[in-house]
Design a protein around this ligand. Structure first.
Ligand SMILES: [Zn+2]
Length: 394
């Protein structure tokens, strides 16, 4: 009960600070002595500080309280197949340091965990050099994640199972660790710092190596029964389509992911379509990437433009299904697709309008994230902030 009141007050100061003890008591309906006691504890732990005096309503000017945001750090880690990125931020979410580390190709679980450990260790050294205590580490991990256990259940791009990330890092560093699926972490980051603020129902769609969604329903991340909610990349959009990495046929991901796009480009080049793409990679089609296709489109290459438009149309089908199923107020696009701009988003929106039902289509706005490439590390450290500030039901 006491810790619940503590986070309630802490969250009140975060959302409404500078705020006085009397205002906290009024807004939380806690008794003034309870507020005074808990505030004393929070001041003692340095999580909040007394700041300037407030406006008097007759008597003595009240002492105002605010979050001591520059006194502590949180660490956010984005664990991908080839690279792990980390950001160190203060309690306002301002990034102070950033670092990254390459993952060895096809790592064993031990090699992967060692890479993670050495990067987190470097983060903690930086924090120590700044004389800033670290309140927690958040990890956004691709694939299927059990956030209760803090375990990567299955990481398809690493082909590893049951990686005990939380247990391993907590044992190593004696700091609390939160682990979440990367796209779900992104959605949480958007709800605190991005375009999901104040929205109760929205969806983040990340299009990169894979296609996934982080779903926020009634201000809560939706996980599903076994944490696999949001796998829109593996919904079927063409029953006769190409083979997907999951073994199924005609999945959205097989068409619209970065690798799906490159595959379609290679097929079109082989069939003799006129394009500058093969020139751009000096004839080595293995070097072709989504980024190169985007560069070619910007220079007016007709095949590259058509390939991106096609990607937009495929994604539009996937998003229309999502909109008809969940009726979100906003869809926030992430990953390469959000950077490819109108080549993809225009046809995408056309298909969404044509294929979703009228009422949900009118309500939804489709936007590109403005958190940029940092979105996942921001989401990862927001896992720590959420635990700290959000009163959890006991
Ligand atoms: Zn699939």
């Amino acid at each position: 009960m006491k810790s619940l009141n503590k986070s309630t007050i802490l969250n009140m100061v975060r959302l409404h600070g500078p705020i006085s003890r009397a205002e906290i008591a009024k807004m939380t309906k806690l008794t003034p002595p309870t507020v005074t006691n808990i505030v004393a504890e929070l001041l003692e732990s340095q999580l909040i500080v007394e700041s300037d005096l407030g406006v008097s309503t007759g008597g003595r000017k009240p002492i105002m309280l605010r979050i001591n945001s520059s006194r502590f750090y949180v660490v956010g880690v984005y664990a991908r197949a080839k690279k792990i990125n980390a950001a160190i931020a203060n309690l306002d979410g301002k990034i102070i340091h950033q670092l990254g580390s390459k993952v060895p190709p096809f790592p064993t679980m031990e090699e992967f965990l060692q890479t993670l450990k050495s990067l987190v260790g470097d983060c903690l050294k930086l924090a120590e050099a700044d004389n800033q205590p670290v309140l927690g580490i958040g990890v956004g991990m691709h694939g299927l994640v059990d956030p209760q256990k803090g375990e990567s259940v299955y990481a398809p791009h690493l082909k590893l199972r049951q990686i005990p990330i939380k247990e391993f890092l907590e044992q190593e560093f004696k700091i609390s660790v939160e682990v979440e699926n990367d796209v779900r972490a992104i959605a949480l980051g958007e709800s605190w710092f991005g375009q999901g603020r104040n929205l109760s129902n929205f969806i983040c769609v990340n299009v990169g190596t894979g296609v996934g969604a982080g779903i926020m329903i009634d201000h809560q991340l939706y996980h599903g029964t076994s944490y696999s909610a949001g796998e829109i990349g593996h919904t079927t959009i063409d029953a006769n389509g190409p083979l997907c990495s999951c073994g199924n046929i005609g999945c959205l991901e097989a068409f619209a992911s970065g690798s799906g796009l490159v595959l379609r480009a290679r097929q079109a080049i082989h069939s003799g379509k006129e394009t500058t793409l093969s020139e751009m990679v000096h004839g080595d089609l293995e070097q072709l990437t989504g980024e190169i296709i985007y560069q070619a489109a910007r220079k007016g290459d007709p095949l590259a433009i058509e390939l991106l438009k096609e990607t937009g149309r495929y994604l539009g089908i996937g998003l229309a299904n999502l909109i008809n199923t969940l009726n979100p107020s906003r869809i926030i696009l992430h990953g390469g697709v959000s950077r490819a701009g109108s080549f993809i988003t225009e046809p995408l929106k056309e298909v969404v309008n044509a294929r979703s039902l009228e009422v949900p289509a009118r309500q939804v706005s489709i936007v590109s994230s403005n958190l940029g490439k940092q979105a996942t590390v921001i989401g990862a450290f927001t896992l720590v902030l959420k635990k700290l500030f959000t009163p959890a039901p006991s």
